[in-house]
Design a protein. Structure first.
Length: 265
């Protein structure tokens, strides 16, 4: 038996064991880093998605009102509330109404403590200009809980003013907040309002929605389109991967590659 050959075999065996041990160490480290980084990434995703992490029975929300209402039935809707709205007709179908204003809601422990919708309503040809104030939303003995990621519906009654004078009281009022919390839809009973709104929804955009202790129910978009459509933000992420030569594992795998490379020589 050749002693030198046995010595070489022992050296190769030791080197193989050493490389295997280093490989196991690198793999274990990579897994540790991956799991360590997953927490902040999930938190960021929740924050960017705009949803709170728990049900909210105390919250505030507000935004602009923007909608149109198409007159139906030969234009009678514009005159049904009389001269208070200063609407005019020409015998045919009137042009649509344009609505613009703002809304807000405040809920404390499931109870509506404040609600208001204030907007101007005018025909697209400039006629029929008047204002509406919708206030005093009452929901009876019901309570409200906003569960993120689900549609929120609030049913109650409210009072409606026209040009600062109360025109309708106890109007059946239904509010719906979209599943992603970005749109508020208000439906007012045609029977309770002389069909003034033609049974059509009044839309509001949710520009902010905040839960208890400042929890963000809706996170407004940050920055401009350039940051989300091939802008600097996206390139920085790609650049980060290139700087490390293969992402976060690049620095770990380089010694392993050098070791195998050295062995091959």
């Amino acid at each position: 038996m050749n002693p030198e050959r046995n010595d070489d075999n022992r050296k190769n065996y030791s080197k193989t064991i050493a490389m295997a041990g280093m490989g196991f160490l690198l793999i274990a480290t990579a897994f540790a880093l991956s799991f360590g980084n997953s927490g902040p990434q999930l938190v960021n995703a929740q924050q960017q998605g705009g949803n709170a992490t728990s049900a909210q029975s105390t919250f505030t929300a507000s935004g602009p009102i923007t909608a149109t209402i198409q007159q139906q039935g030969g234009g009678g809707g514009g005159n049904q509330t009389g001269a208070a709205m200063n609407a005019t007709t020409s015998g045919g179908q009137e042009p649509p109404y344009i609505l613009g204003g703002n809304w807000n809601i405040n809920v404390q422990s499931g109870n509506v403590t404040d609600f208001g919708a204030h907007f101007i309503m005018v025909h697209s040809d400039g006629t029929g200009y008047h204002t509406h104030d919708i206030t005093g939303l009452k929901i009876g003995n019901n309570t409200i809980t906003w569960i993120p990621g689900t549609q929120l519906m609030i049913n109650g009654s409210s009072d409606i003013d026209v040009n600062g004078t109360t025109m309708w009281t106890g109007v059946e009022t239904n509010l719906t907040f979209a599943q992603n919390a970005t749109v508020m839809t208000m439906m007012l009973s045609p029977e309770d309002t002389d069909n003034h709104f033609q049974g059509q929804p009044i839309y509001g955009i949710v520009s902010q929605a905040t839960g208890e202790n400042g929890t963000m129910i809706l996170q407004p978009p940050q920055g401009g389109p350039a940051q989300t459509q091939g802008g600097g933000g996206g390139n920085q992420t790609a650049g980060g991967g290139n700087q490390t030569g293969g992402g976060p594992l690049g620095a770990l795998t380089k010694p392993f590659q050098d070791l195998f490379g050295g062995g091959g020589q």
